[in-house]
Design a binder for this molecule. Structure first.
Ligand code: F0G
Length: 358
């Protein structure tokens, strides 16, 4: 269990081994994921008129710049332990980036199925760069996941989507880190919901930490879907999901039940926000706090604005929100949203001073 590492943080498997399905025989495939910052965001809260404390779990600072690395270190380690040679996933982009990286590190082959044309540029670059066999399916994520399920049934490949239960096990470590940092669970936990694995994982993490006596309280779990891809909120699968937040462009989530359990058991909620609301919160966070996230992360931020309007968050509450992926994953949406071109200026001091008004 003592794989050599070059920082004092050993990665989530070694840090939380007692809570994870690993043994001394498990070969640990790690990129030292986890240990991400929990950043206070008072200026964003002020800008939206809130009277609570907000902490952002900035998962964009994982090795492949999303929260998926927590589950992938475990999924690929367990696949290697079983002697698998090929890992496969369907993805809206982040799972594929993470699978490709950890497979490269494990000297395994990786095959990823992506919805053609609906992947943010940075994520596509990652899968290709890490050497995954990258297939663009002429269909959406739900169709790609169905094919992956069928590939899994052949027994010839290891599926590393969150239908593989160890993915959820790894992802629950983010809840542990939040409790470790705050000394207890927050009052509310806000996060985006797509395939619904992460809300399932956080809820499990919070409950397990409480049962282990490492935290006392439990948060209300508040999940946010994009209005054009909100099957859980709408109560039925969506055949043609659509949203600017391509990470959560999912019409039939695999962990649907996990999400509804988390919400009902915790006394939380699941609701939806429009693309317009998402893009507003996306830009506002970057400008008020200097935290640049990908659009999906702005769903729970837009949700916070709604929650304030509905007076759902008592004054002084402690709210955590997961910022699941880094803003640089999706440069196209960033440039469109920022809404301007750089100002072209002659290479002279006076010209620059004129333009900036000095
Ligand atoms: N945020 C980001 C940035 C994501 O990439 C995802 C899911 C979610 C939120 C939603 O998490 O699916 O556990 O409810 N991305 C998956 C992927 C579907 O393929 O990368 P979830």
């Amino acid at each position: 269990m003592s794989a050599p590492h070059t920082s004092s943080w050993p990665g989530v498997i070694q840090r939380y081994a007692e809570h994870l399905p690993v043994t001394a025989a498990t070969p640990i495939v790690t990129l030292l994921e986890g240990n991400t910052p929990l950043i206070r965001a008072p200026q964003f809260v002020e800008a939206i008129g809130g009277r609570f404390e907000l902490y952002l779990k900035y998962e964009g600072l994982n090795p492949t710049c999303s929260f998926k690395d927590r589950g992938m270190t475990l999924a690929v380690s367990k696949a290697k332990e079983r002697g698998a040679e090929i890992v496969v996933c369907a993805s809206t982009g982040n799972t594929s980036a993470s699978a490709a990286a950890y497979a490269a590190r494990a000297k395994m082959r990786c095959v990823v199925l992506l919805p053609n044309g609906k992947i943010a540029l940075g994520k596509l670059a990652q899968a290709l760069m890490y050497g995954a066999t990258t297939l663009a399916i002429e269909g959406n994520f739900d169709q790609a996941l169905q094919i992956v399920r069928e590939l899994g049934e052949t027994g010839k490949v290891e599926v590393v989507n969150s239908i593989n239960p160890v993915r959820i096990e790894g992802q629950k470590t983010a809840a542990f880190e939040i409790c470790d940092a705050l000394g207890d669970a927050p009052d509310f936990h806000f996060l985006p919901v797509g395939n619904a694995g992460n809300i399932t994982a956080y809820w499990r993490g919070y409950r397990e930490y409480q049962m282990a006596g490492k935290s006392d309280t439990l948060p209300r779990m508040c999940g946010w879907q994009a209005a054009g891809a909100a099957p859980i909120v709408d109560g039925h699968p969506i055949e043609h999901p659509n949203t600017v937040a391509t990470a959560i462009r999912i019409g039939n989530p695999a962990s649907w039940q996990g999400a509804t359990n988390a919400v009902s058991e915790s006394g939380g909620l699941i609701d939806k926000v429009t693309d317009e609301e998402i893009l507003h919160a996306y830009k506002l966070l970057a400008r008020t706090e200097g935290v640049f996230v990908e659009p999906a992360c702005a769903a729970p931020l837009a949700g916070l604005i709604k929650a304030i309007e509905r007076q759902l968050i008592p004054d002084g509450s402690l709210v955590a929100a997961t910022m699941t992926g880094h803003g640089l994953k999706d440069p196209d949406t960033a440039l469109k949203t920022a809404g301007f071109e750089p100002i072209i200026v002659a290479p002279e001091r006076d010209a620059v001073m004129r333009v900036i008004g000095l």
